[in-house]
Design a protein around this ligand. Structure first.
Ligand SMILES: Cc1cc2nc3c(=O)[nH]c(=O)nc-3n(C[C@H](O)[C@H](O)[C@H](O)COP(=O)(O)OP(=O)(O)OC[C@H]3O[C@@H](n4cnc5c(N)ncnc54)[C@H](O)[C@@H]3O)c2cc1C
Length: 418
C-alpha cells in the first residue's frame, strides 16, 4: 500500500526498504506502532546471499514471516575454515558443527533479493504499515516531530525516524551524526554456483592472502540439485580481470581456488562486485532519529555478521520503544533513544572490530601476525569451552538477546497506539 494523501502523519518513519528497513518496519508495525516505510525495493539478483543465524531466524519466526521462505533456504550445519595463505607457520584447518552447541544448524542461507522481495510483500500486507516506493529527498527535525519530504512530493510527519537508508544515509548526514570510515584493498566477488558434488550443508572458508573465499550452501533448483553461493575477496586488479572473463574460464578459476572441493563448478547468471569498506557511526541516535543496519555500521562479509547485526538493531529498537510506550514516555525522546544506543553499542563495537582484525590478519604476511592468527584458531579449535563459546557468540551473541530473539519469545508488553 502506498501513501494515499500528500501529507501523512505517522508514529515512525522508516527510511530505506533494504532487508534491515523492511524487517524493522514489519516488527514495529506488528508491535502496534503506525509505520511508514519509504524506499526502493531492490529485487535484482546479483549473486549475493545472506546467511542468517539462529537469533535472526528466531526473530523472523516470532514475526511469523519465516514460512514465506520455506524451500528457498539451505541450512548451515557445519563451518570449516581452511588456511590457504601459505603462511610460514602452518595454520590448522578448523571445523565447527552446530550439533556441538545443540543446534541442528547454525542458520540458513538465502538469496538477498529473494529475502528482500519476500519481506516487501509481507510489509505490503501488514496492518499499521504503509510501504511507499520512493526516496526521501529532505528531512527536518522539529522539536516534537520529524518532517520528511519525499522525492515525489509526498510529505510525512512522524514522532521518530528510523534510518535504514544504508551506507550513504541521508538521515544520518542531516542529523549531523559523524562517522569513522575506512577502506580495504579488496573487492568481494559474489556468484551463485552449480556444482557436481553435494555441499552436505557445510560452508567452507578458504583463507587466502587477499581475504576469504567462501562457499555457502544454497537450496536446490529444479534442474540443479547441488548449489552454493560464493563470496570471494580479491584485489581490485584481480576483480577487474575476472569481471572480463568468459563464464567457463571464471568457473574454472573458482574450481581451482576451492581445490575442486565440490567437483565441476558452473557459474549461474550475473555475479556482483562489491568494494570493501568499514564504517562506524559516532552515535546511534540524533534528535528524533535512530540509526539501524548499514546506516550505523559497515564491515566486510567475513563470518556473515552484517545483516544478523542489523536484525539485532531492529529487534532491540522494537523492545526499547515498546518499553517507552508502556511507561507512557515519548518514543522519540533522547532518553528513549539513548536506551537503544546503550543496548546496541557493545555488540556493534565487537563485530566491527572483530571482523576488521580477522580481515587484516589475513592481508598481512608479517610472521607474528600469522603466528597469533594460527595460535588463536588452534586454541578455539582445541579447547572445548572456548570453541563452544565462539560458536555461540557467532550465532547468538554474548549479551542478552532482545525479546523477539529469545528462544521462546517473551510476552510483549501491552501497548497503546503510538
Ligand atoms: C558480498 C556480501 C555478502 C554478505 N553476506 C552476508 C551474510 O551472509 N550474512 C549477513 O548477515 N550479512 C551479509 N552481508 C551484509 C548484508 O548484506 C548487509 O548488512 C545488509 O544487506 C544491509 O542491509 P541494509 O538494509 O542496512 O542496507 P541496504 O541493503 O543498503 O539498504 C538501504 C536501502 O536504503 C535505500 N535508501 C538510500 N537512501 C535513501 C533515501 N534517501 N530514501 C529512502 N531510501 C533510501 C537504498 O535504496 C536501499 O534500498 C553481506 C554483504 C555483502 C556485500
Amino acid at each position: 500500500m502506498s501513501l494515499k494523501t500528500p501529507e501523512t502523519e505517522t508514529g515512525i518513519l522508516v527510511a530505506g526498504a533494504g532487508a534491515a528497513g523492511l524487517s524493522a518496519a514489519i516488527a514495529l508495525a506488528q508491535a502496534g506502532f503506525s509505520v511508514v516505510c519509504v524506499g526502493h525495493v531492490e529485487g535484482r539478483a546479483n549473486g549475493r546471499t545472506v546467511a542468517l543465524f539462529e537469533a535472526s531466524l528466531r526473530f523472523y519466526k516470532a514475526l511469523g514471516v519465516w514460512p514465506r521462505f520455506r524451500g528457498k533456504t539451505a541450512p548451515l550445519a557445519r563451518i570449516t575454515m581452511i588456511d590457504a595463505t601459505g603462511a610460514r607457520l602452518p595454520v590448522p584447518s578448523v571445523s565447527f558443527g552446530a550439533s556441538e552447541i545443540g543446534l541442528a544448524a547454525f542458520g540458513e542461507n538465502i538469496e538477498n533479493n529473494v529475502l528482500v522481495e519476500g519481506l516487501a510483500d509481507i510489509a505490503s500486507a501488514t496492518e499499521n504499515l504503509i510501504l511507499h516506493e520512493g526516496m526521501i529527498g529532505d528531512i527536518h527535525f522539529g522539536p516534537d516531530a520529524i518532517h520528511a519530504t519525499l522525492a515525489d512530493g509526498h510529505r510525512v510527519t512522524a514522532k521518530l525516524a528510523a534510518a535504514a537508508d544504508g551506507r550513504k544515509s541521508l538521515l544520518r548526514t542531516k542529523a549531523g551524526i559523524g562517522t569513522r570510515s575506512w577502506t580495504y584493498p579488496q573487492i568481494a566477488f559474489t556468484s551463485l554456483l552449480s556444482h557436481a558434488k553435494p555441499h552436505r550443508n557445510i560452508s567452507t572458508e578458504f583463507h587466502t592472502r587477499s581475504g576469504p573465499c567462501t562457499l555457502v550452501p544454497l537450496c536446490a533448483a529444479p534442474d540443479r540439485p547441488n548449489r552454493s553461493s560464493l563470496v570471494w575477496l580479491m584485489s581490485a586488479e584481480e576483480a577487474q580481470r575476472r569481471r572480463e572473463l568468459p563464464q567457463a574460464s571464471l568457473s574454472q578459476e573458482i574450481e581451482t581456488q576451492v581445490d575442486s572441493l565440490l567437483g565441476k563448478i558452473e557459474v549461474e547468471g550475473p555475479g556482483g562486485f562489491f568494494p570493501m569498506a568499514g564504517m562506524s557511526a559516532n552515535r546511534l541516535f540524533g534528535h528524533r532519529v535512530v540509526l539501524i543496519g548499514e546506516a550505523a555500521h559497515i564491515f566486510p562479509p567475513l563470518a556473515a555478521q552484517g545483516l544478523n547485526l542489523s536484525l539485532r538493531d531492529s529487534a532491540a529498537l522494537v523492545e526499547v520503544l515498546e518499553d517507552a510506550r508502556a511507561l507512557g514516555q515519548d518514543i522519540g525522546s533522547a532518553r528513549t533513544l539513548k536506551a537503544y544506543e546503550n543496548a546496541r553499542r557493545s555488540d556493534i563495537f565487537l563485530r566491527t572490530n572483530g571482523v576488521d582484525i580477522l580481515n587484516r590478519s589475513l592481508l598481512s604476511d608479517f610472521f607474528p601476525v600469522d603466528f597469533l592468527r594460527g595460535a588463536g584458531l588452534l586454541a578455539f579449535s582445541a579447547i572445548g569451552p572456548l570453541r563452544r563459546a565462539l560458536m555461540r557468540e557467532g550465532v547468538l551473541t554474548h549479551g542478552t538477546l532482545p525479546r523477539l530473539m529469545q528462544e521462546r519469545p517473551l510476552k510483549r508488553l501491552a501497548y497503546r497506539r503510538a
